[in-house]
Design a protein around this ligand. Structure first.
Ligand SMILES: *Cc1c(COP(=O)(O)O)cnc(C)c1O
Length: 393
């Protein structure tokens, strides 16, 4: 079974590139050049060097002793929370800014929901001295004020998206519109394994450094590259794709993806795309998404802003359909409880997105000798207000 994209960007029946005609030349340029550029020695060298000295990689693989004892198995945490800017997203934006430079682009645009991808993009634009515009829903601008301030401090222009529900999908539409108006000198940095070909494949490759490191780190710790389980949360799916990438063909490694069930699968307020979604096209890609019977996108909900995307990337739709990856879900309450448990047991405050991955530990029957890796996608600093309001600290 092939779990990666073919030349046209298809994962089985999912993926592809459904873009407006005005964007064909720009998208084709990227499709034709991305693999060649990524394979150039000079590109690899610059990418590796920034991952090491700027992001702080390799991120540690930490044996969580007290958490392991609680669940009676061996649990490791892949510490993406320790990266510069606090999550895995920087791995991808570093890769894409180098891609933009190689393609001779002069301006960067990006969309953001909670602002995490916007901050990661503004960061790499400051790093390379390239002009940056971030599109963000008007409602998100109001509720994510600290990230808006961060982007501005980093020199980015934040443009409100005023249409529709004034959230992430509207910001994405604005970004695509801006790209159509400026196709030649502008590069669009997408923040997850979503959108049209080649973005899902390119972003997965940039994030694959996560599982590449896991292999040698597990060899060091356990004298075995392969764990029994890898668990990661899924919004669009990029940290999960990166954590699974080098294990997709190791069928003995069980891969678990965790979606946000919000207030409950049947509550009408969730983001559990694989359970509730149907095939459709979103942001230029055929995938699974939450939609009404007449094809309107359903507004997703999760307490964690990074998981409330109404779709998943096309690779995840394929991994779901082929059953290579098992998709579980966790509610707001389950995630908050699991996040607080990690604080108390290990002294690590996780991002609420990552807490969803922790929340399935009590839903799986592990053996004592099992090796379980949880991809800790980000740290909880950005979520302090949400934790405070939820627990009344
Ligand atoms: C954005 C984000 C996610 C969700 O995005 P994916 O593309 O699904 O990885 C998860 N965790 C953190 C910390 C994030 O910032």
């Amino acid at each position: 079974m092939n779990y990666n994209a073919n030349k046209k960007g298809y994962y089985g029946e999912f993926g592809g590139s459904f873009v407006p005609e005005m964007l064909y030349p720009n998208v084709e340029e990227l499709q034709n050049k991305y693999l060649k550029i990524m394979n150039e020695e000079s590109f690899k060298k610059e990418f590796q060097s920034l991952l090491k000295d700027y992001v702080g990689r390799p991120s540690p693989l930490y044996f969580a002793k007290r958490l392991s004892k609680k669940y009676n198995t061996k649990i490791y945490l892949k510490r993406e929370d320790l990266n510069h800017t606090g999550a895995h997203k920087i791995n991808n934006t570093i890769g894409q800014i180098l891609m933009a430079k190689r393609l001779g682009k002069k301006r960067i645009i990006a969309e953001t929901g909670a602002g995490q991808h916007g901050v990661a993009t503004a960061t790499v634009c400051a790093l390379t001295g390239i002009e940056c515009t971030v599109y963000m829903g008007e409602i998100d601008i109001a509720r994510q004020a600290p990230n808006v301030a961060r982007m501005k401090m980093l020199g980015a222009k934040v443009v409100p998206a005023m249409s529709g529900s004034k959230t992430l999908k509207d910001a994405t539409n604005e970004a695509i519109r801006a790209w159509i108006n400026n196709p030649v000198d502008t590069y669009y940095i997408i923040g997850s394994v979503v959108g049209f070909h080649p973005y899902p494949d390119m972003v997965a490759r940039f994030q694959s450094v996560i599982s590449e490191e896991m292999k040698w780190q597990l060899k060091e710790h356990e004298n075995n590259e392969n764990p029994d389980y890898i668990i990661a949360c899924v919004g669009g799916g990029s940290n999960a794709s990166g954590a699974f990438y080098h294990y997709l063909n190791d069928s003995e490694v069980k891969l678990i993806a965790v979606e946000a069930a919000g207030k409950g699968i049947d509550s009408g307020q969730s983001a559990a795309t694989t359970i509730l979604g149907k095939e459709g096209i979103i942001h230029g890609s055929k995938t699974m998404l939450m939609q009404t019977d007449d094809g309107q996108i359903i507004e997703p909900y999760s307490i964690s802003a990074g998981l409330d995307y109404p779709g998943v990337g096309p690779q995840h739709a394929h991994l779901f359909k082929t059953k290579r990856v098992k998709y579980l879900n966790a509610t707001d309450d389950e995630a908050m409880k699991a996040g607080l448990e990690l604080c108390k047991l290990e002294g690590i405050i996780p991002a609420i997105e990552s807490s969803h991955a922790l929340a399935v530990l009590n839903k799986i029957k592990f053996k004592k000798e099992d090796i379980v890796v949880i991809n800790l996608s980000g740290r909880g600093d950005k979520d302090l207000d949400t934790y405070i309001n939820y627990f009344n600290f």
